[in-house]
Design a protein around this ligand. Structure first.
Ligand code: MTE
Length: 307
């Protein structure tokens, strides 16, 4: 058998070795978490994590669709591009800086972030503004567990989420399809809401690169584009952050982007949606079905004006 030195390792092996290491790390973090076995056949190597009352009981979209039909413009604009090209994304070492209007700015390694709270399984609906939807069993921690660490100042009203730019691994960032880095934002109370999570996995396994490894935002009552992938910086501000989509098409996008079947996007009706893997369309629900949990965040606001 051929014995090779470490510097003889082929790039394809580095990817799988990296994934192996990430799985081991994940497994360590999930240790002690009840393996509820909700989807014994569907879950990956790590089990489903601690289950949550915030989860929907709807059937999750098959893994093959969740990981092969993606929006991740840094890797191309076709739905199949990210699965094809995101394998090169460098996800270790990975740090996230949290700064702006805070008492204790910090830069944390992904390993430390994942220890902040027990990984929880959250089975959420994801509704894209393009008119399709999925149900995804995420594994993650509440965004609040990360934000509390830095002690936001009283003047902080918004949180900006800034994502990675790796021109050498992300072909899309070498084009001007968007103003990079892909940036999103939430009001502070939206970010602190218990439904908002930072996801590090799905289907009981580490997050595939095309879904936003190693850590992405998930805000299930807003259109999918608010859920930035591969986050590298979180910044507290006193002004509404200008998001990538608002910069690129201000006539089409706004800051709030709550799922709302009564307000159409200029190019897509929002009244109905196609669940990926299903044939007929279904009615879109206000706040993507999370009205009971988040409706009070918007009391007194004219929701028709806040696409
Ligand atoms: N994050 C980054 N960094 N770049 C992107 O292009 N696309 C957004 C969002 N997060 C995007 C992103 C859009 S439009 C959607 S619908 C969701 O990711 C899709 O998430 P998924 O591919 O995991 O289903």
């Amino acid at each position: 058998m051929l014995i090779r030195r470490p510097d003889d390792i082929r790039p394809s092996e580095i990817t799988s070795r990296c994934l192996f290491e990430r799985r081991r790390e994940f497994l360590r973090l999930s240790a002690g978490v009840a393996l509820a076995g909700i989807f014994p056949s569907a879950h990956g190597a790590l089990g489903p994590g601690r289950s949550s009352s915030y989860s929907t009981s709807e059937t999750p979209t098959p893994l093959k669709h969740v990981t092969a039909y993606n929006n991740y413009y840094e890797f191309g604009t076709d739905k199949e591009d990210p699965a094809r090209t995101a394998h090169g994304l460098r996800v270790r070492p990975w740090t996230i800086s949290i700064d702006g209007l805070v008492r204790q700015p910090k830069t944390l390694g992904i390993e430390d972030i994942l220890k902040l709270a027990p990984l929880e399984e959250r089975i959420y609906r994801l509704r894209c503004v393009e008119g399709w939807s999925m149900v995804i069993p995420w594994l993650g921690i509440p965004v609040s567990s990360l934000l509390k660490l830095v002690e936001p100042l009283g003047s902080a009203k918004y949180v900006e989420f800034i994502t990675a730019v790796q021109p050498e691994t992300m072909p899309g960032t070498r084009t001007r399809v968007l103003d990079w880095p892909y940036t999103e934002g939430l009001r502070l109370d939206e970010a602190m809401h218990p439904l908002s999570i930072m996801a590090a996995g799905l289907y009981g396994d580490v997050l595939p690169n095309q879904n936003g490894a190693p850590l992405r935002l998930v805000v299930p009552w807003k259109y999918g584009f608010k859920s930035g992938k591969s986050i590298v910086r979180i910044r507290f501000t006193d002004k509404e952050p200008r998001t990538s989509w608002v910069k690129s098409a201000p006539q089409e996008y706004g800051f709030y982007s709550n799922v709302n079947p009564d307000v159409d996007h200029p190019r897509w009706s929002q009244a109905r949606e196609r669940r990926i893997g299903e044939f007929s369309k279904r009615t879109t629900l206000m706040f993507n079905g999370y009205a009971e949990q988040v409706g009070q965040l918007y009391t007194g606001m004219d929701l028709r004006k806040n696409f």
